[in-house]
Design a protein around this ligand. Structure first.
Ligand SMILES: *Cc1c(COP(=O)(O)O)cnc(C)c1O
Length: 348
């Protein structure tokens, strides 16, 4: 029996058709700007985002960190949300590579308000670190794939711009937000100064993210990428997967969202579980009494279902399950059944 891997949408493997596209990709040295497939991917991504340019990067983390490096100078502060990816799981890289520190806003399930931003922007006083950048995350990973409400995002962008500050969007899963809302991505990202999105999550590619922004921003981002060791040579093999995914794997995200709702509905019928209603492809639930997340995940693993504890140190009974192109409706039903059995009957 196949393992049902719900730990993340990063576990997807390229389909036969995607591998075919990769195998046939025209390539050249991209550090010389001579990889036609990568150039094409960067054009397509910029077109989708409505930006002047885009840059292929090896990971979402590198994309976010290049953006921070380009938008700020050492000694500044970057406004981030307390449970954001950039703040929590990028290993303090904004301090390491850009010499800036986070100014943390506590959001409501990942979302903060424009007046919180206004209050956090430092006035021009010689003893305060100047604020350099505001970061948003859509969908919000730790908030269970939550979609940033577009009106709220626009208010934040307006406040930042009124104070002369750029806004970077960590849009690792922005296509999930687009498919779930029915809005084109370029609408969702309108007004931000840069956006990073991942090919390696729900879009099903083995590697890669794109950083998108203005012409001068991308020119500088290309220099910073090289400095970080992210200049890649015949990378068209990976870009081909990205082009394939943008053509064939966007609309199907709706299936992942339907599967997440099915999973959440099923889990909600199990006594003792409290389930966050999913907005996209991430289902978070808490075990009210009984095993910890770690214990339950181990038990599930023995039965062929992989899930991940999601609460770090602070929420030991929180579990995350993510649907993706490797998960079928049947996998979801089997997972719900298994959990019902594991939590329903006490173990001898
Ligand atoms: C996965 C993710 C990233 C980073 O992507 P990597 O490719 O793993 O470095 C950034 N932001 C969010 C919200 C993510 O989910």
């Amino acid at each position: 029996m196949d393992v049902i891997d719900l730990r993340s949408d990063t576990v997807t493997v390229p389909t036969a058709e995607m591998r075919q596209a990769m195998a046939q990709a025209a390539v050249g040295d991209d550090v010389f700007g001579e990889d036609p497939t990568t150039r094409r991917l960067e054009e397509v991504a910029a077109e989708l985002m409505g930006t002047e340019g885009s840059l292929f990067v090896p990971s979402g983390t590198m994309g976010n960190q290049i953006a921070i490096a380009c938008h700020t100078r050492p000694g500044q502060e970057v406004i981030v949300e307390a449970t954001s990816h950039i703040y929590n799981v990028e290993m303090a890289t904004m301090a390491r590579f850009s010499g800036v520190q986070p100014r943390v806003l506590v959001g409501e399930r990942g979302v903060f308000a424009a007046d919180q931003v206004a209050a956090a922007i430092h006035p021009d006083l010689y003893y305060l670190a100047p604020t350099g950048l505001v970061c948003l995350e859509n969908t919000h990973n730790a908030a269970g794939g939550r979609i940033w409400p577009i009106e709220g995002a626009r208010e934040v962008i307006a406040v930042a711009h009124a104070r002369g500050l750029p806004v970077h969007l960590d849009g690792a899963r922005i296509f999930n937000a687009a498919v779930a809302t029915g809005l084109p991505v370029r609408e969702l990202v309108r007004g931000v100064d840069s956006v990073m999105f991942c090919l390696s999550k729900g879009l099903g590619c083995p590697v890669g993210s794109l950083l998108c922004g203005s012409g001068p921003f991308i020119a500088e981002a290309r220099r910073v990428r090289k400095a970080m060791g992210g200049g890649m040579r015949q990378v068209g093999i990976l870009a081909a997967a990205g082009l394939y995914a943008l053509e064939h794997h966007v609309d199907r995200l709706a299936d992942d969202h339907a599967h997440a709702r099915l999973l959440a509905d099923g889990l909600s019928t199990i006594p003792g579980l409290s389930v966050w209603p999913p907005e996209t492809n991430i289902v978070v639930f808490e075990i009210q009494t009984g095993p910890t997340a770690q214990e339950l995940c181990l038990r599930l693993r023995e039965r062929g279902v992989l899930a991940a504890p999601a609460g770090a140190g602070t929420h030991p009974r929180r579990i995350r399950m993510v649907t993706h192109l490797g998960i079928t409706r049947d996998d979801v039903l089997r997972t719900v059944d298994l959990l019902r059995r594991e939590l329903g009957t006490p173990r001898m």
